[in-house]
Structure formats: C-alpha cells, structure tokens
Write a protein that binds this ligand. Structure first.
Ligand SMILES: *Cc1c(COP(=O)(O)O)cnc(C)c1O
Length: 456
C-alpha cells in the first residue's frame, strides 16, 4: 500500500503536529493551524489530501524546473540505484554518473569552468565555496585575504556557513555566534529605496557600496564578493541593469573573487543556463543546487573556475573537505537526465523567447491593480509589491500581515505563490504553458481583489 493511502488527512495532520519538526516554521502556529498535506503532483500542479488541485507557482521551493511527473527522471534514479546505489568519491575513487555530470556541467557553463565539486544541497555548496575561497588565498600566499562580502537580505542557505553569509536579520539573530570574516553591504532593491534616484543611478550607487567596503577593509583583506544574480528568497530583487557590470569592474580592479550563488537562477530560471550568463558577468565560482535535479533528488555543488582550480590542484595538496554524499550516484544520474531533458526540449530558449515574455506581459498587467505598487519579472521569476496607496506607494502596516493574507487567498483559490513580507513572489516550473500562465494571472488578480476587500 502506498504511504499516502494508509491514513486519512486528519490522521496525517495529527501525527504531523505530534512528531514532525518542520524547517522554517513557527511550531506553535503550525500546531494551531494544521498543515496542508500534499500527496501527489503532475506537470505544474500539486494535489492535497482532499484532492484539491493547486497550480504550483513556486516550483516547490524554486526547484522543480522541469515540472512534476517526469518518468525519465524516475527511471534514471531507479536504474542507477539498481546498478550502483552508493559509492564515494573520496580516496581516488569515482563512478560514471559523477564524472559524466562534471563533463556535462562544463559543457553548459562559461569557458572558465572546467571542474565541478559536488555537495548535497545549496547550503553545503555555500560551505564548500567559503572554504575553497579562503583556501585559495592561503595558497596564493595572501592568507590575510579572508573576508567575504555579501549583501543584506541575501539568502545563502541555513547551515552555519549559509546563515553567516546570508543577510537575513531574523535568521542571523538566532543561535549565537556565526562564522567570522563576513561583511554585508546594501542590496540593489530600488523599490525598497527612497526612489530619489533613477533605477540605473541607484544600481551604480549600490554596486559602489562594494568598492567603499573594500576600501574600508583594505583590498588585501578581501577574498571574495558573493551574490545571487537575482535575490530569490529575499523577494525576487531584480537589480537595475547597471548593477552587475559595475560589480564585475570592482572585483576585477581589486583582484577579488566573484562568486554568483546560482542555486535559484541556475538551470534556466532566467532564460539562460545561469544568472551570470543573463547579466553578462564572469564569475570565478558558481554555487548551484535546486534546479540541477529539478528537485527530484538532493544535489548541490560548486563550479570551480580555472583561476581557483589551477591553484588548488597545483599547490594545494589534499583539500580536507567533502561530504559522504558528494556526487551521490543517483542524484548525479537524475541531474544528467534533467539537463538532457532541458536540452531536448529547449527549455532555456522556451523561457527566454516564449513563455518568459508571455508571462512577463501578463504579470505586468497586474500593476494596474489598486493595491499593486510594482511588478517585476525576469525569465520566470517575478514579484509584486502590495501597497496601501498606489499614488504614494505607501506600504500597509506591518501588523496587518497583508502579504500572508494574500498568500492564503491564493492557495485557497488554487495557486501557490509565496509572501516575503508584503512582496508576493512567483517562480513556476519552466514547462508552464500559455493556458497555465493565463490561469496563474487570473487567479492572482482575483486574489488581489479579495485582499483589497479584506483591508477596506
Ligand atoms: C535555497 C538556496 C540556498 C540553500 O539551498 P538548500 O538546498 O536549501 O540548502 C542557497 N542559496 C540560494 C540562493 C538559495 O535560494
């Protein structure tokens, strides 16, 4: 008997309350509200224990890029699990899936990337990157270059390394001491600024916070700058076009490593293979996870540019770092098949030339709604800002929890989007059809109406 059929919805909810400590959850709140139990999924839809169909406008957690119900991915995992379910890559061993995936990643990334290091998740890939960056500068005989600069409101996972590098205030405030040697600068969030500058001027100004920070710390102390091409969990913060080229210039001039955290933007989300391609920057390292397997199995990793890998290989000796599940055979087999699907179905081009522009246009039509202050979307990743007053763009009171109210209306009406404060974010599977895009925007408009009614 399938697990799902063995108990009723209320039994699942009761057991959930008693035994399961959820990630990123207010436990008391959950105990009062009960969970929505999701039992199956297909294409872009998830189904709850009552059989209700919901359009998954978040691709799970930004990861199910190729959509649900992909037999090819299931078969790839099953075949690999039968053949070789596990073996490690420590101590001079390897297996075909991890080697083949490294080669395939080299093929779809910029020319400076010839090597991949694997981890089990995005957070682990961030930890790997932090250790690699610092090790690189040790080997370059500049051991004082240890500080990594990231941004406020950035999300880089929730291990100690990820929490330390991330810029989420509430997350960082819990649990005591963090990893030292990490600094944060402002984020390129034009709507969240006083909007006295044009977006392009603002983009330059915020990028130059990096230069100021480097000068304040001394370039000989700074190892790397790390940023998500588009900040995801922070509220789909799409930087002005001037931002990334200026960041590239500053990193180049000061010789510091540039790292893009591609955990969300990688694997087609922006209509290019990676966010760095979309913004035309040349990172030295890229962290990835989520979309690499479309979430079917856990996998993360770091693409290591020649600048860094050459040094680690030539001078490094043993790198005392790695995970039991680095390059897990089944995860790698799924990733290979997932990339093949994306290539066969031209999903990256589909996002860039077809469904991306189609959804973007519809999405921007939501800007006409009385409680929407701004809409943004690049590729298939977007946000809208809820405001009390469209003419002044004044926000609602924080206590009103208007974002959460809107999110609840959305789910009740058959669409998952996420609320980041009063910012509603969306990132549907890349296989979204035109009809599904219409459905998404129709439900969104209806729920904006319901939200507006609920406050007036
Ligand atoms: C989700 C995310 C991570 C963390 O990935 P996990 O697999 O949850 O550990 C890191 N960076 C970014 C940009 C993410 O969105």
């Amino acid at each position: 008997m399938a697990i799902v059929e063995s108990r009723s919805r209320s039994e699942w909810q009761e057991l959930d309350r008693s035994h399961y400590m959820h990630p990123f959850t207010d436990y008391k709140d959950l105990g009062e509200k009960k969970s929505r139990i999701i039992v199956r999924a297909d294409s872009v839809y998830i189904y709850d224990a009552d059989g209700k169909q919901i359009l998954d406008g978040m691709s799970g957690l930004w990861c199910v890029n190729a959509g649900y119900g992909r037999d090819e991915l299931v078969e790839a995992a099953a075949k690999q699990l039968r053949e070789l379910p596990y073996y490690n890559s420590f101590f001079q061993c390897a297996h075909p899936p991890s080697i083949e995936l490294s080669r395939l990643l080299q093929e779809i990334t910029q020319p400076q990337f010839n090597r991949a290091f694997f981890a089990g998740s995005g957070s682990e890939s961030i930890d790997t990157m932090i250790r690699m960056v610092r090790r690189y500068w040790e080997l370059m005989d500049q051991p004082d270059r240890q500080i990594i600069i990231a941004r406020e409101n950035a999300y880089h996972g929730s291990t100690i390394g990820g929490t330390s590098l991330g810029g989420m205030k509430l997350q960082r405030a819990q649990g005591g001491m963090l990893v030292p040697g990490i600094e944060h600068i402002g984020q390129p969030y034009w709507f969240g600024s006083d909007r006295s500058l044009s977006p392009d001027e603002f983009g330059l100004q915020v990028a130059r916070l990096l230069e100021q920070k480097i000068e304040e710390l001394g370039a000989d102390k700074v190892a790397a700058f790390v940023g998500e091409p588009v900040q995801g969990a922070g509220g789909v913060i799409v930087p002005p076009e001037t931002y990334w080229p200026e960041i590239q210039r500053i990193c180049d001039e000061h010789g510091i490593l540039l790292v893009t955290d591609e955990v969300i933007c990688g694997f087609g989300r922006l209509g290019e293979w990676f966010g760095a391609d979309f913004y035309g920057v040349r990172p030295d390292l890229m962290t990835f996870a989520k979309g690499v397997t479309s979430g079917y199995l856990p996998l993360g990793g770091v693409m290591v540019g020649d600048r860094v890998s050459d040094v680690l290989i030539d001078k490094g000796g043993e790198f005392y770092h790695g995970y039991t599940y680095s390059g897990h055979p089944a995860s790698c087999a799924v990733a290979i098949e997932n990339i093949h699907i994306m290539q066969r179905e031209n999903l990256v081009d589909y996002v860039r030339d077809d469904i991306g522009p189609y959804l973007q246009e519809k999405w921007h039509s939501l800007a006409a709604h009385p409680i929407v202050g701004e809409t943004r979307m690049v590729g298939l990743m977007g946000a809208l800002e809820l405001v009390r007053d469209k003419s002044t763009l004044d926000r609602f009171d924080k206590d009103e929890g208007i974002g959460t109210k809107c999110r609840d209306f959305l789910v009740d009406n058959g669409l998952v989007m996420r609320a980041v404060g009063d910012t509603i974010v969306v990132a549907p599977p890349l296989i979204l059809t035109h009809a599904q895009a219409d459905e998404l925007v129709e439900i969104a408009w209806k729920c904006l109406d319901l939200t507006a009614q609920a406050v007036s």
